[in-house]
Every structure is written in structure tokens, then in C-alpha cells.
Design a protein around this ligand. Structure first.
Ligand code: SF4
Length: 694
């Protein structure tokens, strides 16, 4: 371990504020993780194995899937570039910026851009790059790298953030998180509206359709891919899934593992740039596919790290990460590792150099917590050991030959002991005797300081009795809860091995009323509201109740201006009713509109999600720019799950589709939930239903 790394670890361990922030993050995230996996439609074990197999198949046949993906994306109208390394990727972005005379780029969070040092490179060319994810914006203001791949400002408390805003933005100091978030919303709104280019990452590319998929909670991802005239998407070549059904699978796992949500607030699917007649969207969409060492990883001992879907769960679960945080992960010259934590300790040496970053794999207890939570079941401890043994260039056969004779002998002896319960129990009894002899010495025997023990925790003394003996006693007394938990503690329940089963059952088999009720339950649990409106018996699309209830809501909220879809896209008479009410109406993107009124192509009951597609008369900005989003939904358009909706022809054919689950939200400052970061603060759904569903 280099001096630089050692020093960073020591500094982090001495920073009690940092460790409190990391502890809070880990506990909240892991609690939410376990709760979220309870709601999986199938067994967690089955779904993660299916995801592992799908990702393994994709990486094994990556060249074919890439060809398919690129061909479909180009047919859809995307301009596809390939970058072998960081400098090529930076050159492509700056060439596009130069061609469009761009001075300002609004950027949503992308770890690939961190990997290639994009911000510094563009800023050196005089192009202003503004991060728009709240956490990323905070660390950009502080000139720091992200401390976590999902929660960039995880290392800061509200007071530090308040002082940063005061110093860098001239805002009055406050520790009120909603007030800070509202201030940033105002500042960044101008960036979205005036940016020449929007730049995003890509969570998944879908080979069979050429689709780009990005997931965000705040709405900044939707902003940068919808509002500026040019969109550039940066994607690592490994982030592919073969089909839309595979996309549905990873979209069930990623948000649960990353933030403990069933789904993120916004899932955006992008197939094409703005089409003729479309109300909004970028005129050009570029996709940059970055290799930067990924091809070299394929077939290497670290191959399986390419299966990663960057959820960050292994960071939250890692007992080392939660003590030292992301900024402590540095190379032997003290340069930050873009990717920290367990996955970072594998990916960073593989992509940026074993000799510089190989030391990161030493910062692991190999406890296996990272593998346990990984939604695609990557054997991270095994890969960490491979990094320790030489990393990407390691030939596993050679590595085995190099094992010293004594180590090999001891391992064989241990294997002999551990593979027989009786022998193992006998060995435990023998070690318990040594343990009881050592115990009285524990008060005055200390390990030498060079061992590193003692910075943050005591060296655990051997237990008085073997685990088996204690377990047997425990079982006998049937007192498991008291053993594990302190009074008042919440017990995280592990993912169920078998859920009720059958969310994949056909739509016909599910009662429409149940779908409606499930949709409303999920939507309202996420701070949306649902109002039922009876369809008039003489018309299947008219509802006098709808007009009355929408106007009542607008009056209650004091709304004087709305952006809305065209009359053909909404129930008859709504437009004229609004016009008669004196409310100012706009059909094109309007940053001053207080409310946006849209239809909804479909909805997903399992997650309470609305599905909107772009097209003539359907500006997606109506569901994004205003503070209040009002959506009109016919109850017959509610589907059970994501797979059914992702495969709808209208979704596949739209230039863009937005999947919206409740109001925009963030927990980037001290894990405090705040609504309305960049997208609407309120989402109201008016469901048009027939008599029998009322
Ligand atoms: S290795 Fe697994 S747990 Fe870690 S970020 Fe990747 S997918 Fe998530």
C-alpha cells in the first residue's frame, strides 16, 4: 500500500463527521435496499441469476450485440461515434461543441465522463460545463471528485453544503435542505434553458431496438436530453442489454439496489432525435461508445467486472468503504480513483493501470458483503483477490503455480478441516481453549501499531465459546431477536426467496379494477395524487367530471398559465374549458407555465408509473418544466408491468418516451428527501373510468 493511500485512509478514519455521514448513508441505503427487494415480482435469487446470465451472455458476445445496437441506432437517426480511449472521446465531444459554436454544456451525472476527465478538458478549451445533478453540482462547486458513484456528495453534511452555496453562489447561508434545493433549482433552470448542448451518460443501450435508456430521480437527465438543441450521450461499450425484456429485468434490479426504489422517478428511452412535427427534443442526438480498456478486460481474469450495472450497492455494503469513503481511494501518486469501493478496486486497476491502482484491492476485508448485495451476482471477493495477484494481466494457471509450498500446504490442511463438520467442530473447540487463555491478557496486550489495528476499532478478542455452541444455546432458548437487535432497532428483512409469484401473468388474467387500485396505491405512496372521473355514458372519451375537477385543482393551486398537449391529444372540450376559464395556454415549451397538462399513453400498475411519448402535439416538456404536472389517463391503458409497456409499438416507435413515477425528488443532501428538484413538485393523475369501476 503506497504512502499516499495510507495517508488518505488515516485522514478519513480521523474525520468523525465523514464517518458519521458514511454510516448514515450505508444504514439508510441498505435498509431501503432490503425493503425494496421485498417487492420484486419474483424471487431475488432467481432474478439476479437471470440478470447475471443475461449480462454474461451479452459480454461474451459483445461484438455482435454492439454491431446490432449501432446499426439500429443509426437507422433511428442517431449519430454514432466510437472512441478507443479517453482522448478520442474528448476530441469527439469538443468537435461537436465546436461545430455548434457551443459555449455552455449542461451535463447530467455520468461516471464515464469522470473517467475521461471531460470537464477539465472542455473547460481548458473555453467551454463551460455545468453539472446538473444536485450532488454532482455541489462537488463541482467545491472542485472535488464525486465521493460515491450514486451519491456524489455523500461525504458532506448540510452545514458544509450551506457554506458552499454561500461562498460560491452568494446565497444566504441556510441549513434548510428544501430551501437549498429550491435555490439550486432556480440557478440551474437557466442553465437548462440556455445550454447549447445537453450531455448525459447511458444506463443501458438496447441492442434489438437501438434504444438509449437513462434513469434519474431529479429530472436533470430528462432536461439535458430534451431541452438543448443537441444531445450527446456517453456510454461504455459494455452497458448493453440484448432486448427490451432484458431492459425490464435490469430496470427492476438497478433502482432497488441503488436507492431502494422500485423504480426511479424518471426513466427516459431515446430512440431518435426530434422528428418532423415533434413539439420538442434535440435536433441532433450523438452517441459516443467508449472502449478505454474494456476490450482488454474481456477474457481477462477481471472479465466479470464488465457485468456491473453501476448500482453502487457494493459501496454501501462494504465495511471498508463506510469507514473511509470514496475520496480515500487513490493511486500510488495520490490521484483519485474514478470508481471507488469494491467494484472500483477492480475496475480502476483494470482500466487505469495495475501498478498505479492495484493497491486499492488491499482495502478489503473480503467479507463477501459486496457480493451478497450485488444484483447481478458478481463474485467481487474473487476478483479482488485476482487484482491482488496481478490483475488484468494475471494468468490464473501461472498464479496457481506461484503459490508458495507452505501456503499451499496450509490451505490444503484448512480444506481438510473445513470440509468435514465433525473435524471443523473439533478444531473450533481446540481454538476456544486458546481463546480462553488469551482473554485475561486482553486488558494489557496490544498489537503493534504497524498492524494498523486501533485507528478505528478494537481488535476483537476470541469468543469464549465456539460459534456452534453459542448457536445451539440460542436455538434452544429461541431468543434470536434479542441476540441480533437492540430494543427499537429495525430488522432488515433479507430478500424473499419466493414472492407471491406471477407478476408476469397476462393482462387478461388480472382484474382491471385491481390494476387501477394497484396503480393508485403505488402512485400515492410516492406523493402523487389520483382522482377518478366518470366517463359520460354517451361518449367513451368525454367526462364532464374531468373538466370540473381539473378546473377546481387549477383554481386551488392559483394556476394562471399552463403548457398543454394539443386538443387532439386530450379529452374533447378540455382545451375550450380551460380557454373559457381565462387561464393562459401555451402549446410549446413554456418555462413560465405554472402547470403542464398531458395525456398518458399508458401506465404501469406495479410501480405507479405514467408513460408519455413524444410526437406532434405532445411536448414532453409539459411534464417537465412546470411545477405541477397534471396527466389524464384512461383506465383501460393501465398495464401490469414494465415488460408489457416497453414492448408497445407506440413506445418503440416514438423518438423519446418518458416513464414518470411521482414528483421529481432527491436525497443528495444528508439523505433528506426533497421534492421538486428540477422536474415538477406535484403530479396529479386524473383517471377516466367507466361506471363499473367507480
Ligand atoms: S459490482 Fe454489483 S453491487 Fe457493485 S456497483 Fe456493480 S452491480 Fe452494483
Amino acid at each position: 500500500m503506497s504512502d499516499a493511500f495510507h495517508k488518505k485512509i488515516k485522514t478519513a478514519l480521523g474525520d468523525s463527521q465523514l464517518r458519521a455521514a458514511l454510516d448514515a448513508n450505508s444504514e439508510r441505503r441498505l435498509g431501503a435496499y432490503y425493503r425494496a427487494f421485498q417487492s420484486l415480482p419474483e424471487s431475488f435469487a432467481v432474478m439476479r441469476q437471470r440478470a447475471h446470465a443475461m449480462r454474461a451472455r451479452t459480454i461474451a458476445d459483445l461484438d455482435r450485440y454492439l454491431d446490432e445496437f449501432i446499426s439500429n441506432a443509426e437507422d433511428n437517426g442517431l449519430i454514432v461515434h466510437r472512441a478507443a480511449d479517453a482522448s478520442q472521446a474528448v476530441t469527439i465531444v469538443s468537435d461537436i461543441a465546436q461545430k455548434h459554436g457551443a459555449n455552455l454544456i449542461a451535463k447530467s451525472k455520468t461516471m464515464v465522463s469522470e473517467e475521461i476527465g471531460l470537464n477539465h478538458a472542455l473547460q481548458a478549451k473555453g467551454i463551460n460545463v455545468v453539472e446538473t445533478d444536485l450532488g454532482e453540482y455541489i462537488v463541482q462547486l467545491r472542485h472535488e471528485p464525486p465521493a460515491h458513484i450514486i451519491t456524489p456528495a455523500v461525504h458532506l453534511n448540510r452545514s458544509q453544503v450551506g457554506h458552499t452555496f454561500e461562498e460560491k453562489l452568494g446565497l444566504p447561508y441556510t441549513e434548510d435542505v428544501p430551501a437549498m434545493t429550491a435555490a439550486v433549482r432556480r440557478v440551474l433552470r437557466q442553465t437548462f434553458l440556455t445550454a447549447d448542448i445537453g450531455l448525459s451518460g447511458v444506463n443501458f443501450g438496447v441492442a434489438e431496438s437501438g434504444t438509449l435508456c437513462i434513469v434519474t430521480n431529479e429530472g436533470n437527465g430528462r432536461m439535458v436530453t430534451t431541452v438543448p438543441p443537441v444531445h450527446i450521450a456517453l456510454m461504455g461499450i459494455e452497458r448493453l442489454v440484448p432486448t427490451l425484456d432484458d431492459l425490464a429485468l435490469v430496470l427492476a434490479l438497478l433502482p432497488r439496489a441503488a436507492t431502494g426504489q422500485k423504480t426511479t422517478v424518471y426513466t427516459s428511452l431515446m430512440h431518435a432525435p426530434r422528428q418532423s412535427g415533434d413539439a420538442d427534443g434535440p435536433n441532433e442526438r450523438h452517441l459516443i461508445l467508449l472502449d478505454n480498456g474494456r476490450t482488454a478486460m474481456r477474457g481477462s481474469p477481471l472479465h466479470d467486472a464488465l457485468l456491473c450495472i453501476r448500482c453502487g450497492a457494493c459501496l454501501n455494503a462494504c465495511p471498508v468503504f463506510r469507514e473511509i469513503g470514496g475520496h480515500a481511494y487513490v493511486d500510488n501518486r495520490g490521484r483519485s480513483s474514478t470508481y471507488p469501493g469494491p467494484i472500483g478496486s477492480i475496475v480502476s486497476p483494470a482500466l487505469f493501470g495495475q501498478s498505479e491502482f492495484g493497491q486499492l484491492a488491499r482495502a478489503s476485508s473480503l467479507c463477501g458483503a459486496c457480493r451478497e448485495v450485488c444484483p447481478v451476482d458478481i463474485d467481487l471477493p474473487k476478483l479482488l483477490l485476482r487484482v491482488r495477484a496481478g490483475g488484468i494481466g494475471l494468468d490464473p494457471k501461472l498464479a496457481r503455480k506461484k503459490i508458495p509450498f507452505l501456503v499451499s500446504l496450509l490451505m490444503r490442511a484448512y480444506t481438510w478441516l473445513a470440509t468435514s463438520p465433525r473435524r471443523f467442530a473439533a478444531a473450533q473447540n481446540v481454538s476456544a481453549i486458546f481463546g480462553s487463555l488469551l482473554l485475561p491478557l486482553s486488558e494489557w496486550v496490544r498489537l503493534p501499531s504497524f498492524t494498523g489495528w486501533g485507528y478505528s476499532r478494537d481488535f476483537p478478542m476470541p469468543a469464549r465459546q465456539p460459534f456452534r455452541v453459542r448457536w445451539a444455546a440460542l436455538e434452544k432458548s429461541s431468543n434470536l431477536n434479542e441476540f441480533d437487535l437492540k430494543p427499537g432497532d429495525e430488522r432488515p428483512t433479507p430478500p424473499k426467496s419466493d414472492m407471491s409469484g406471477g407478476s408476469t401473468s397476462s393482462l387478461a388474467a388480472v382484474d382491471r379494477r385491481q390494476l387501477l387500485e394497484k396503480f393508485i396505491t403505488e402512485l400515492t405512496a410516492l406523493d402523487g395524487t389520483a382522482t377518478l372521473c366518470r366517463l359520460d355514458s354517451r361518449s367513451s372519451s368525454r367526462s364532464s367530471q374531468l373538466l370540473e375537477k381539473v378546473l377546481t385543482l387549477l383554481t386551488e393551486k392559483g394556476v394562471e398559465s399552463v403548457q398543454l398537449w394539443s386538443g387532439e391529444q386530450l379529452p374533447p372540450d378540455l382545451l375550450s374549458a380551460l380557454g373559457e376559464s381565462g387561464i393562459r395556454i401555451s402549446g410549446s415549451p413554456d418555462p413560465h407555465a405554472q402547470a403542464g397538462i398531458t395525456g398518458s399513453l399508458a401506465a404501469i400498475a406495479e410501480t405507479g408509473t405514467l408513460v408519455l411519448t413524444s410526437g406532434p402535439g405532445r411536448p414532453l416538456t409539459a411534464s417537465l418544466l412546470p411545477d405541477i404536472h397534471i396527466a389524464i389517463l384512461y383506465s383501460e391503458d393501465i398495464y401490469l408491468n414494465w415488460s408489457q409497456v416497453l414492448n408497445l409499438k407506440k413506445v418503440r416507435e416514438a423518438a423519446s418516451a418518458a416513464f414518470i413515477t411521482g414528483p421529481s425528488r432527491t436525497s443528495d443532501i444528508e439523505m433528506t428527501l426533497t421534492l421538486g428538484v428540477h422536474g415538477p413538485r406535484e403530479v396529479h393523475v386524473f383517471c377516466l373510468v367507466n361506471d363499473e369501476l367507480i
